[in-house]
Structures are given as C-alpha cells and as structure tokens.
Design a protein around this ligand. Structure first.
Ligand SMILES: C[S@@+](CC[C@H](N)C(=O)[O-])C[C@H]1O[C@@H](n2cnc3c(N)ncnc32)[C@H](O)[C@@H]1O
Length: 380
C-alpha cells in the first residue's frame, strides 16, 4: 500500500468492508491481575529481550522515575476544588495513573510527561487532517458540543476558540485540564464507561479521539452518544491502530515493534478494553448499530520516523516518532507491567530495544489513523 499525495489510504461510506484494577496514590505494585503467561504463543517471553544484544547506553535508569512526585503535586494544587476521589492516583514504577473509579481504568499515565506527549499527538492529529479539527460537515453555529476523554483538553480548547458561539464540554476521568480556557468551554470529570449524565437530544456534535484501550463496551458508548445527540447532529471519532506495519518487511513479528502490536492486542483482551478498534471496524459498526446514518470513513497511513518521501509524510513521521519518544515508558508501562506481569527490569530492557528500533533508519514503519463520522437521523 503506497501513500496517496494527501496520505489518505481510503475514504468510503456505505456498507462495512468484509471485514481489573487497583487504587491508592502510594502503592507501587501493579494490580491488574498480572498474567505472566500469555494466550498468544507468538508473544515472546520477557526473558527474550535480555538475550538480544543491546548497547548499554540504550538502557537508562532514568527511564523509570521512581520519585514521580512533582507531576502529582502540580495536578493536586491546580485542582484543589475537585472532590478527593477524583484525585486518587495509582503509582506504578514511579508513574501516576488514574485510579479506578467506577468503570474507568486508564492505561496511560496522567502526569506531565504523558500530557506533553498528548499535546504533541494533538499536533500530529491536526497534521493528518491538514489542520482541520473535524471532518464532519457541522455548521459553524452549532449550540452544543462535547469531547469525550478530552485529555489535556487541547482539542476542545481549539474547537471552542473556532466556535465562540458554541457551548463546549470536555470530559475525562483525570483532572489534567488547564484552568485558563475559552469562556465557552468547561471541563467535567465523567466516566465514559458509565451511563452518560447528559439529557437525550442535547448535543449537536459528539467528538472522541484516541480512546482505544479505554472503552469497556464500544457499542454501549456509541448508543450513549446516539442518545445525547440531537436529531440531525453528528458524531466523530478519530482512532489509531496500535499495529506497527511496514511495506518492505522491515517490521518483523519478533522485533520490538512487532511484539508491541501483539502485547497490546493480547493485553487488551485481559484488560477488557480492546486495542483492535481499527482492525475490528469498531467505529463504523458501532455507530451503525447505534442508529447513526451517512457514515463516512477516512483512513490515513501515518509513517513513524522521517523515512517517508514527501514533505508532509516526513513531518507526520517526525511527529509520530516524537509522540512516542516523549513518553515511550508511559505507553508501555501499564500494559507490559500491570497487565502482562513483566517486572520493572524486564519492561525496561524491552523499552530500550523498542527505542532503538524507533531510531533505526532502516525500519520503515507506519500505522493507520482512522476517522469516522456519522449523523443521527432527523426522525430519530
Ligand atoms: C490517549 S488520551 C486522548 C486524549 C484526547 N482525546 C486527545 O486526543 O488529545 C485518552 C484519555 O482518555 C481518558 N480516559 C480513559 N478512560 C476514560 C473513561 N472511562 N472516561 C473518560 N475518559 C477516559 C484518559 O484519562 C486520557 O486523558
């Protein structure tokens, strides 16, 4: 599969192609039922990575910051008015993760290193869409929009600036949003995995981005989105595949990137939150099952690293690599350590190999970024 000029792989509508947990800010032990054996026999054991030759320089003790207090302190002081339950963090090898409340269970940390990576990812996502914040043809003067799992709120802030007459709400389970935001934007702590708290037919536009691995029941999520969406309103969901692919075989199954895919897919099963949103056509199928119509699917192939030809692809590749390198540990730690049961040292060695592969100019990896939008019928 080659890149089109605009990086798009396909845009289609109509029928689909064939197609556990813990608490407490201080504890240091992973609590999601660790599994040292895996259901997928092609996942290499943790001990494999100790035997692969690696330069000592690649493995840096600083990869794991065992003190991890400063980011937590900042979050705590800036959100003093929130209820204390919202501020429960789990500590895994020095990184803070949102502690499970209700059905929320975040696999990425909620500290400053991760939020910096999230903000770089926002830039990457808007490069993918040529600067557009949405692809759905929503009118400029919509009354109410919501961003589910808003993260640092960076998309919601830009959207609220672009639509000053729209009331915008951003929700998340972690209070990591800034306090200084456009007057038409507010943030709420809300668990997307529970029945949503908003009234039927109340939003003109429901937006989600990069929620793979966070949703326990996607069809139920889209049903809630359908319920709160006004007749004629829109839903839009931007999701990534976690599969590192290559056209020239430079990403092999047993390489760190090949194993990344397998561990996320297998770990997602144990964790009860799929990472196969793109592969299993979760967006289009879920939206259609919920009752949305006029579904439009747009897919982009996103290079990782500056190997791809063309200015746009090079930019995408550089930023995709930067997103990962900014917090490679944050993306790996929970799934490898808490879900798969690898020790801190085993995880650290794997990360060093992964980092090395990311920097290898002979590796021409890419992943899919899929945007799906749809409309609630006027008669619903
Ligand atoms: C990868 S980040 C994406 C953030 C944002 N959508 C973006 O694209 O910049 C995923 C976010 O989902 C939040 N999250 C995870 N589980 C959630 C849940 N059950 N309800 C609401 N937010 C959740 C996490 O706290 C995190 O901020």
């Amino acid at each position: 599969m080659g890149f089109a000029d605009d990086g798009k792989v396909a845009a289609h509508s109509g029928p689909p192609p064939a197609a556990a947990p813990a608490t407490s800010p201080t504890e240091d032990a992973p609590q999601v039922a660790p599994a040292t054996t895996t259901g997928d026999s092609s996942i290499l054991p943790a001990s494999h990575w100790q035997t692969v030759p690696s330069s000592e320089d690649d493995i840096d003790d600083d990869d794991f910051d065992d003190d991890g207090d400063s980011a937590l302190g900042t979050v705590l002081s800036s959100t003093a008015s929130l209820s204390s339950s919202i501020l429960k963090y789990r500590n895994i090898h020095g990184r803070t993760f949102h502690s499970d409340i209700g059905k929320a269970e975040a696999w990425t940390p909620n500290d400053e290193t991760q939020t910096e990576s999230m903000d770089i990812n926002h830039h990457l996502c808007t490069l993918v869409t040529d600067g557009k914040l949405h692809l759905a043809p929503i009118p400029d003067d919509i009354k109410k929009a919501i961003d589910i799992g808003t993260g640092t709120g960076i998309w919601a802030i830009d959207f609220a600036d672009e639509h000053p007459g729209t009331e915008v709400i951003g929700t998340d389970v972690s209070p990591i949003q800034p306090g200084w935001v456009p007057p038409n934007l507010s943030f709420e702590i809300d668990d997307a995995n529970q029945t949503w708290t908003w009234a039927d037919d109340s939003f003109d536009y429901v937006h989600l981005r990069c929620m793979f691995g966070s949703i326990a029941d996607w069809p139920a999520l889209y049903r809630e989105a359908f319920r709160v969406c006004k007749p004629g309103g829109w839903i839009e969901d931007h999701e990534n595949s976690v599969k590192f692919d290559s056209d020239d075989g430079s990403v092999t199954e047993d390489s760190p990137m090949g194993q990344w895919t397998k561990v996320f897919w297998e770990g997602g099963k144990k964790f009860g939150r799929t990472f196969r949103v793109v592969e299993d056509e979760v967006q289009k199928r879920g939206m259609e099952e919920a009752g949305f119509v006029d579904v439009v699917v747009t897919e982009f192939k996103c290079p990782v690293g500056p190997w791809a030809k063309g200015e746009r692809e090079k930019q995408l590749g550089l930023f995709a690599k930067l997103v990962l390198e900014t917090d490679i540990e944050g993306y790996v730690l929970y799934m490898w350590s808490a879900v798969m049961g690898w020790t801190k040292e085993e995880t650290q060695v794997y990360i060093a190999h992964l980092r090395r592969q990311l920097r290898d100019p002979n590796v021409h990896s890419w992943y899919l970024h899929r945007i799906v939008y749809a409309r609630k019928p006027l008669t619903a």
